[in-house]
Unconditional design. Structure first.
Length: 512
């Protein structure tokens, strides 16, 4: 970054250092607060890494036809060195976020200028707030999705700048790896390729190499799909919403949630309605003005991706989901670069970063209040499972059935000394004198279920799920579920299972 002299260099260096510290503090806050309580999805990644360290590799997230295992493989060396645990597990997405910030800076140098590029890298580290929350947890493929989005921007710019065989081939290889890792990148990939064709068609001479290397990068995914009837191309969600509805959900509330203008999960506005609408209008006008000015430069890549993203994104049925902008995380590098254009001078940079940090702090604080005060539905396991582990040890139970939101956490935190099989508690039969639960129709890891079936085992249920009068979302489905759990519990009691209360859980142990 060329600067005018030592004082300027010193000031910009201090700005980068302060942003670096602020990003670390935000992530420590998320990790240690109610925002950082781990769940079973996160535990599954840890279990996959532990199994991978023993040579047991999988292509996708357990029980899914999507979500590549690349972050799992990156976690294995850390587990070898430091042992498995939540901090070690989360180091990978945090490190990937730091690398993403560097790649964003490199993209910025080719598009928005050296100084604005530095701001973009800093901005990526401290904003958007939801991305900080999401990528402090290890949910398997969200952090790498953001990194691949930034890498595809950079490699497309390099390919258009000088369309050599090596640059085109590298773009293809990264494209294949990206699509294996996360299908959420498709709305980024489509406009990036379209822009590259529009800006410089000379690279198409080597397109065959890009296709070959893309196949190489995506080969694990291709092989898996050939063996599983192309399951990755089938939507896991049966949604009846319209395309227009999903597009409206993207515009509001999801995009404002990502920007920090609305709070994820609650949809609460940061500013009063009139001010919010005025700000939205100003952002739309700025975007249109910037797109017009950038139409003949490389900056146009950012505008093309941002404009095309919702058009492609909302084709997927899963995008009806409006509680959190989790499918927009891959768009964050583009948004960061667009916003950083406002920071061409030192004082503008300081203002942009200060506003971004304030948005992150305000939104994360509101999210923390939500997690602390609103009961989770379905029930969530608390941070400390120590009392439950002690109770199971006292009952001599190292194999149990449990709800999904407890099963994998319990298994991971005990290093698989206690194995919990995910179960829906729908029916029970008696085999060899003990109760065996009906199998889960969509279990993440079937070997755990078979292991529990073949051993002396107990049952762990959330007390909230079986207590009469507990707060639940109203509706016939919820009421039917309560009755189903009541029948299941009565069946266990009739078979002589002993009931023990342990914090938010109820343990049912087989007769002595």
């Amino acid at each position: 970054m060329p600067l005018t002299g030592p004082p300027a260099s010193w000031r910009w260096g201090l700005l980068v250092a302060l942003a670096g510290v602020a990003g670390v503090v935000l992530r420590v806050w998320v990790h240690r607060s109610a925002l950082g309580v781990p769940d079973s999805d996160e535990a599954v990644v840890g279990l996959m890494a532990r199994h991978a360290s023993g040579g047991e590799l999988t292509t996708y997230f357990w029980g899914q036809a999507y979500g590549g295992s690349q972050e799992v493989l990156a976690t294995v060396p850390l587990f070898w060195v430091a042992g498995s645990g939540w901090v070690t597990l989360r180091l990978v997405p945090v490190a990937i976020s730091a690398i993403t910030a560097v790649v964003v800076w490199r993209v910025g140098r080719r598009t928005i200028g050296d100084r604005a590029a530095v701001v973009a890298g800093c901005l990526s580290w401290i904003w958007p707030p939801f991305v900080i929350y999401k990528l402090t947890h290890q949910w398997g493929f969200y952090a790498s999705g953001a990194l691949y989005a930034a890498l595809l921007l950079l490699l497309a710019l390099r390919m258009v700048e000088r369309p050599t065989r090596g640059r085109v081939g590298l773009f293809g290889l990264v494209l294949g790896l990206a699509l294996w890792q996360s299908a959420q990148l498709v709305p980024v990939v489509v406009p990036v390729i379209a822009w590259a064709v529009w800006r410089e068609r000379a690279w198409l001479r080597h397109a065959w190499l890009a296709v070959v290397l893309a196949i190489v990068g995506a080969l694990p995914s291709i092989v898996w799909n050939v063996r599983h009837d192309w399951a990755s191309f089938m939507s896991p969600i049966d949604d009846t919403t319209t395309y227009v509805h999903r597009l409206r959900v993207f515009v509001s509330p999801l995009l404002p949630m990502l920007l920090g203008l609305r709070t994820p999960f609650t949809q609460e506005r940061l500013l009063p309605s009139v001010m919010t609408l005025a700000l939205y209008a100003a952002l739309v006008l700025l975007f249109a003005y910037g797109a017009y000015r950038a139409r003949r430069s490389d900056v146009s890549l950012l505008y093309v991706v941002a404009a095309a993203y919702p058009i492609v994104y909302t084709l997927a049925p899963a995008t009806f989901f409006s509680q959190e902008p989790k499918y927009l995380v891959v768009l964050s590098p583009v948004l960061v670069l667009l916003v950083a254009q406002l920071a061409g001078t030192y004082w503008r940079a300081l203002a942009v970063l200060a506003v971004a940090l304030a948005l992150s702090v305000a939104t994360l604080a509101r999210m923390q209040t939500y997690f602390e005060t609103v009961p989770a539905q379905p029930p969530a396991a608390p941070r400390d499972l120590g009392p439950l582990v002690s109770a199971l040890d006292g009952l001599g139970l190292d194999r149990v059935y449990a709800d999904f939101w407890l099963a994998y956490r319990l298994t991971f935190e005990t290093d698989e000394r206690i194995v919990a099989a995910q179960n829906k508690f729908e029916d029970v039969i008696v085999e060899d004198g003990q109760a065996v639960a009906s199998r889960h129709p969509f279990i993440r890891w079937p070997p755990y279920e078979r292991e529990v079936e073949d051993s002396r085992h107990g049952f762990v249920l959330f007390r909230e799920s079986i207590e009469e009068g507990a707060d639940r979302q109203p509706g016939p489905e919820a009421e039917a579920r309560v009755r189903e759990l009541a029948r299941f519990v009565e069946r266990l009691r009739a078979l002589g299972y002993r009931e023990s209360s342990v914090g938010p859980f109820v343990v049912y142990a087989p007769p002595a």
